[in-house]
Ligand binder design. Sequence first.
Ligand SMILES: [Zn+2]
Length: 594
Amino acid sequence: MDIVHSKRPDLTSVCCEILHTREAKKESCTEAGEYKCHETDDSKFYHCTGPKHGILLNCGNGLEFNPQYNVCDWEVDGDGYCKTQRDQSKTTHDVGATTKSPTKSVVTTHSVPFKRSSTLSKILSTTTSKPSTHSQTTSKPSTQSQTTSKPSTHPQTTSKPSTHSQTTSKPSTQSQTTSKPSTHPQTTSKPSTHSQITSKPSNSLKSCRKSNEYKCHETNNSLFYLCTGFETGALKTCPEGSHFNPVASICTCSNIPNAVKCHNQDDQSKTTTSKPQLTGPCQPERCKLPKCKCPGTEIPGSLPTNATPQIILLTFDDGIYWQTFDYYRNLFSMNLTNPNGCPVGATFYVSDSKYSDPALVKELYDLKHEIATHTQTHRLPSTYWNNANSSDYYREIVGMKNWLSEEASIPKEKIVGYRSPYLEQGGDTQFGTLKLNEFLYDTSMVTGSFSNTTEIPIWPFTLDYPVIKKYCQLRVCPNNSYPGFWEFPLNRWYNEAGDDSFSMTDENRVPQNSKDVISYLKYNFNRHYKRNKAPFGIFLHMAWLMKNLAALQTFLKEVSHNNDVWIVTVSQALQWIQNPVPLDKISEFRNWKC
Ligand SMILES: [Zn+2]
């Protein structure tokens, strides 16, 4: 640790040093905000200010630019970090394309550096969670560095010329910083603004989703917020002469040409909030695949029914417990396959993080089933879900996603679906939470006539236009639009007499004995199969499966003899809907291969 400290460059007058940099011609720059290696000198690099232009910056003594992470790193023996980029520069201008044996996730995170503060937060957490020896060269507003026990120095290079190897080994930056100002926000000489936790969420703080995100101040570029949790944070001050840069989440000197200013973040947040962008009825001429689809009965891509696969969506809700898990094992032990020979896929909306067994969830995932969220607690009363606030929804939905990821080892990016407990929705609070947290779809809305069994089923649709009551018949529907966010509606089921209808397949009034159950399944299947082949949802709970496992197996075995019937996960269905491949080419459909 002492060695690291001894290498730390002087922290003074960063802004002044920037004045010594110069605009330079940099052919490989394609847009502002990129970072490029210097042509020959490993200790220098460019911060692009636009096509073919950038600021020449200097890493400082003992440091070299590392384009893999866009940081100034400790010197390495041999050819240096930039060799690969130089070798590739004739063919690519992508800094992130450097291949210095990164893991896949690292490439993903770093290849689009600093686009969003949340991206940066990931980098921050990565860099502070494991020890490394990279020198942190930026003035990033982070308090994380104060809490790590080992030096992590990987960081975000910024437009700062002299690279300060601000290591994270220091126990507290506050103590160092009160003496003189630098661009490190936490080291500013105005400590009075530092610990000012705002009691009332401002507009910016309302966009905080988790700790260690950074948000612009509403009006003052030299202030910013460090989020400390959901809709909460601390107001921080940039050092004199600098302002908060929301792309890099650092304080940068005000005089950098084309520096990203906070209004960009404001603009971004406007486009990602849940405010309606479109109003009125969905307009098919403007709403086109793959990103938009109006609600309705039309087959994606306007395919004829005989070129359309009949998708079956087999889903199970609630907790996953060892006591009943063998029913799932039995169901899938029949080795059902789709027409391409791949095993069928089901989707599990998992709740109850307290008692669900993460190892069994993982077992399902490893069998290629989809894992999605159904809240942490699934609590009663059911009306709780109609009135829950943003914090509640965040805790329930994202909390469950985190549990699935951390306890059951399901990759976070694979957890993209949600179903409401009891199908009780929470309007824009629920849908805003889903959209903001990178979910792709919801499957809680019920549609279809209560009594007319001849209605054509509805295909999944996007919420680019506010949903109307016909497609969202239960309470509480969203009023806003959510561009690109999908809804897999629950088309009502009917009994064969046509005098009762059901949202879920297994409501307690549905037929009970095995023969009737098979008949009920077939009757409702044909309402889809013989009409517009809208995905046929068999939406179940364990209690029903325990009674009807054999009947379900019989039905699935029988329908899967049809070479146009595919039992796939909801995400796989979405992939086909966005890219509707006709049956004669479907064996080539990448997303349904195994
Ligand atoms: Zn449930």
